[in-house]
Design a protein around this ligand. Structure first.
Ligand code: SAH
Length: 213
């Protein structure tokens, strides 16, 4: 596992690209400048790591585009110490960004291979979520609820009710909703029963799947 001044230079460039696309949160940009994304993908594809694109990882899944990760992180406006539930650990890159923002992170992955790989890899880089969970994101994590923020990093055909139910009052759920492409949707819990809904544009994610393998 190597990180070099060349990689640092490429990360600084990537942050400039993200800024041009509308990412203004300096904490998010600093996380992008810091996290060695090339170590999250197969080393033979290292040259792609700092382009703003999604890329295949194991188990037919993808590491999300840097812009998408930055957009979701910025939209959630994470404050140090907040308790966050992430659905779709994948490569762990988004998890690392949340940890750089000093969140307390619980992260769920349904693919066993990715769950195993990432739960070994992230701590080696110094990124330690509160918990890696092998399980189904549709049911959330009731025993650790309520959460300040919930982030879904796979395309959901519908909004799972348990995720809304596991938000604090004032908490936010950010979820891409749709089949082929998704509308990034932000729910804010106003009271026990009221949620405000905002739609934040089109994105493309791998599907959020039901049932474990
Ligand atoms: N945040 C990740 C994105 C990975 S893609 C990254 O930046 O690398 C989405 C991930 O969601 C995949 O790893 C996929 O296996 C996982 N996923 C799909 N359906 C899920 C479900 N129901 N529960 C938990 N994870 C799920």
């Amino acid at each position: 596992m190597k990180d070099t001044p060349k990689h640092q230079g490429l990360r600084n460039q990537l942050a400039i690209v993200l800024k041009a696309k509308g990412i203004v949160d300096e904490n998010v940009l600093n996380a992008v400048r810091k996290i060695p994304r090339h170590l999250f993908i197969d080393s033979s594809f290292e040259s792609h790591a700092y382009q703003d694109k999604a890329f295949p990882i194991a188990a037919e899944q993808t590491i999300s585009m840097p812009y998408t990760v930055a957009f979701q992180s910025q939209t959630l406006a994470i404050v140090s110490g907040e308790k966050i539930l992430e659905i779709g650990t994948g490569s762990g890159y988004q998890t690392a960004v949340l940890l750089e923002l000093k969140a307390e992170v619980y992260t769920i992955e349904r693919q066993r291979e990715l769950f195993k790989k990432t739960s070994l890899f992230l701590p080696k880089l110094g990124y330690k979520p509160k918990k890696f969970i092998f399980g189904d994101g549709y049911i959330g994590l009731k025993e650790k609820a309520p959460f300040d923020k919930i982030i879904v990093t796979a395309g959901a055909p519908y909004v799972p009710n348990p995720l809304l139910a596991q938000l604090k009052i004032g908490g936010k759920l950010l979820i891409p909703v749709g089949d082929k492409t998704q509308i990034m949707t932000l729910f804010t819990r106003k009271s026990a029963k009221e949620f405000e809904k905002e739609e934040l544009g089109d994105f493309a994610f791998v599907p959020m799947l039901e049932e474990k393998n």
